[in-house]
Design a protein. Structure first.
Length: 227
């Protein structure tokens, strides 16, 4: 009986789960790039750049993810409306998925920046000095030595950050993105059994987390072997 109830909606659940994974996978590398740039900026000898990097980390770490999503989504709609008035055209509304992508990438970029900065602070200065001694430029030292070593050391923390991002992506449902949690909410209303609906969603979240954990473990093992 339970199978008959949920069977017509299985495809919708998988679509919601797929969007959750796609959203997280798209945000994560952008967050990594942002995090690296912000971490380097926060440790820059230039005081203005260092203060900007630190301010970025403090700003986005201090704001709730939900608020950042709302600011980017509704702010984008307001900005597009004003631009439309200026040019005399009817502008389309902001895409909720794009707004979430930008908001989460910027916020998790701040979290990644803290991880990278902490590892940069404990990085052996001798390795950096050795790079300069063999004629590397500052850019080459940063790319070939600092980034390479920091990425290896930070892999476990970054894996955990990705799992957090998977769960936080559920907030996208607040602005209409039909990821797993919003899809489950709709289905639960249709089958009139919220407990069953959210239990299935929980299983899907756990499956995604398990696969992510497996991939992270394999990646860490490969890094250990390459050392």
């Amino acid at each position: 009986m339970m199978l008959d109830t949920v069977a017509p909606y299985i495809g919708f659940w998988f679509q919601g789960a797929a969007l959750t994974v796609i959203l997280s996978v798209a945000c994560f590398p952008i967050s990594i790039v942002i995090g690296l740039f912000v971490a380097f900026a926060s440790l820059s000898p230039a005081k203005v750049m260092a203060r900007c990097g630190t301010a970025y980390m403090n700003l986005f770490r201090g704001l709730p993810e939900m608020m950042v999503i709302f600011i980017f989504f509704y702010g984008s709609n307001i900005a597009l409306g004003k631009i439309g008035k200026l040019i005399g055209l009817q502008m389309p509304g902001a895409n909720p998925t794009v707004a979430v992508l930008i908001a989460l990438s910027l916020q998790f970029g701040a979290y990644a920046a803290v991880i990278f900065r902490d590892w940069m602070l404990v990085l052996s200065k001798g390795l950096i000095e050795a790079g300069y001694a063999i004629g590397m430029s500052r850019w080459q030292v940063s790319r070939r030595i600092v980034v390479s070593l920091v990425m290896r050391s930070a892999t476990p923390a970054l894996g955990n950050l990705f799992l957090v991002m998977l769960k936080i992506s559920a907030l996208a449902s607040l602005i209409g993105v039909q990821e797993l949690s919003r899809t489950t909410n709709i289905i639960s209303g249709s089958i009139r059994d919220p407990l069953l609906g959210y239990s299935i969603a929980a299983i899907l979240y756990l499956f995604i987390s398990a696969v992510s954990g497996f991939v992270q473990h394999r990646f860490e093992a490969r890094i250990q072997l390459s050392r």
